[in-house]
Design a protein around this ligand. Structure first.
Ligand code: HEM
Length: 547
């Protein structure tokens, strides 16, 4: 469909002051001094050395020298757009979050799509996982859904994330390859950490080479806990369903495109929006009772999904991306997503991968964005009113008023904030009312241990289910991808180890990949003591492991 972007929106209004900062008609220095000549350094005579007193030369070059900021440690390559999310209203039964619960409520968003492994300048169409991060500027504060285009993850515990990324990014000696999975350290890691198997199958499938960000699903991956207006809780998984359907490139297209147009996905997003052909997705949720295990599936294990046959995805709203950023650096590069940006009605669970992420994002942004005040950058500013009592720090751009940034106090009068659900010493009414974000008072108990639940040891049953769910041509693509990628892994023992992993998933696939690599096909067996969910066998009609 072809539509026109809204002329004015709250996003545009909120950015207007920042846009108005550099609108003088004449070239000036950063200090506002008008400059008659920006092409010649101040020198001692036309052929002499440059003079230290040339404030314009020094300012211009100094600022240029500091134009780059560190790229993201992962997901460095990305592109994004603004849009609008409209709630259908049916989520009110499971969450009190107004932007999801209230029918037809419109919320501004910024979405950023990314590859995980490549550096900022790498190609779009390489085989990789894609990030699908959405910041909702809700009336109750910012909520970030920081997901991927695959519903599961490589590891079960965030403490392994540095290891995973060290293995998956370029080799540290030559910084090769810049942006794909085809190398020794990746296959070494995933064959030694077999919990990665399910995600590796998704990455080797057509999902690893999406045709466009328009034709890509998104997943919150973890299980979240929603709380409704009556305090009733449910566990949910978030899904983005592209209105244009799910479509991929084939491998030859992906490789040729990476060479001919490394900006293929980025260009399509920007050009489509310019042409009024907006990207659209439905947001859906799978709703499960608030219990740790659902149909034999451990909901805290991020390497497991819940098949839609067991919990259908219910659409709760629609997202349209309809405005390009004005400035890549200011908006797309400086946006800061964080799993801990939650609003009332949405809570986290004890998924150990999720728990570590809650620490990592804010921490990395402190160095990537130069200190603690990046929430003041226009793209990160909430559209809800802010009064946080946080003070000072690098790049502070707020001129705070008053002398008492602490609570309670008896000096701020009507200038200072009051805590939600309380009143100030002067008994001022609480602005907006409401309790604010109150964490559910859930009990926490247990010995301090470094361990995981036994259910986390099932590494293969869902990989088998995923492979079995594919059409024959899609299965061929998975076989070809494993064969191609493993052929770029030069250590023979790693190839052989990876074949032994594959044998635990599907013997037919293993035989074909082994033949492609010129190696004998091993046979697999399930690890002792692992009981996969009986519900899975009902879905694909086969016993597990698949022989
Ligand atoms: C960045 C998703 C696991 C650390 C991102 C981004 C996405 C994402 C979409 C890019 C955000 C943007 O566009 O700016 C996921 C998903 C995960 C996962 C879906 C698993 C389910 C982890 C884990 C860690 C981690 C376990 C660390 C313990 C980071 C860091 C960044 C990042 C440090 C860079 C953030 C920045 O510089 O702003 N992740 N991630 N991620 N992720 Fe994750």
């Amino acid at each position: 469909s072809s539509k026109q972007p809204a002329e004015t929106s709250p996003v545009q209004e909120s950015l207007a002051p920042a846009r108005g900062l550099q609108t003088g008609e004449q070239l000036t220095s950063a200090q506002g001094v008008r400059l008659p000549d920006t092409d010649h350094s101040l020198t001692a005579g036309p052929r002499g050395p440059a003079l230290l007193e040339d404030f314009h030369l020094r300012e211009k070059i100094t600022h240029f020298d500091h134009e780059r900021i560190p790229e993201r440690v992962v997901h460095a390559r990305g592109s994004g757009a603004y849009g609008t999310f409209v709630a259908y209203g049916n989520a009110a039964s499971v969450t009190s979050a107004g932007f999801l619960a209230e029918k037809n409520r419109e919320t501004d968003v910024f979405a950023r799509f990314s590859t995980v492994l490549g550096s900022r300048g790498s190609a779009d169409t390489v085989r990789d996982v894609r990030g699908f991060a959405v910041k909702f500027y809700t009336d109750e504060g910012n909520f970030d859904l920081v997901g991927n285009n695959m519903p599961v993850f490589f590891i079960q515990d965030a403490i392994k994330f540095p290891d995973l990324i060290h293995a998956a990014k370029w080799h540290p000696d030559r910084e090769i390859p810049q942006a794909q999975t085809a190398h020794d350290t990746f296959w070494d890691f995933v064959s030694l950490h077999t919990e990665a198997t399910h995600h590796v199958f998704w990455a080797m499938s057509d999902r690893g080479v999406p045709r466009s960000y328009r034709t890509m699903e998104g997943f919150g991956v973890h299980t979240f806990r929603l709380v409704n207006g009556e305090g009733k809780t449910s566990l949910v998984k978030f899904h983005w369903k592209p209105v244009a359907g799910v479509h991929s490139l084939n491998w030859e297209e992906a490789q040729l495109t990476a060479g001919m147009d490394p900006d293929f996905h980025r260009r399509d997003l920007a050009d489509s929006i310019d042409a009024g052909l907006f990207y659209e997705y439905e947001l859906g949720i799978q709703v499960m009772p608030d219990a740790p295990v659902f149909e034999g599936i451990d909901l805290l294990d991020p390497t497991k999904l819940v098949p839609e046959e067991l919990a259908p995805v219910q659409a709760i709203g629609r997202l349209m991306l309809n405005r390009n950023p004005d400035n890549f650096h200011a908006e797309t590069e400086q946006i800061a997503f964080h799993l801990g940006n939650l609003v009332p009605g949405i809570e986290v669970t004890n998924d150990p991968l999720l728990q570590g992420r809650l620490f990592s994002y804010l921490d990395t942004q402190l160095s990537r964005l130069g200190g603690p005040n990046f929430t003041q950058l226009p793209v990160n500013r909430p559209h809800a009113p802010v009064n946080d009592n946080l003070r000072d720090g690098m790049h502070q751009s707020v001129v705070h008023q008053g002398i008492a940034p602490y609570l309670p106090n008896s000096l701020a009068g009507s200038e200072g904030p009051v805590q939600a659900g309380t009143t100030s010493p002067e008994a001022r009414p609480v602005p907006g009312g409401g309790e604010g974000y109150v964490h559910l008072p859930l009990p926490v108990d247990g010995d301090k241990v470094r361990a995981h639940p036994a259910s986390f040891d099932d590494h293969y049953s869902q990989a088998a289910l995923f492979f079995a769910s594919l059409s024959p041509i899609e299965q061929d693509h998975v076989v070809e991808a494993f064969t191609f990628e493993l052929s770029k892994c030069y250590e023979q023992p790693i190839r052989e180890r990876m074949l032994r992993v594959l044998a635990n998933v599907d013997s037919g696939l293993t035989a074909r990949v082994a033949a492609g690599l010129g190696l004998p096909a091993p046979t697999g067996k399930p690890p002792a003591g692992v009981t996969p969910s009986p519900a899975l066998a009902q879905i694909d009609g086969r016993s597990w492991p698949v022989a």
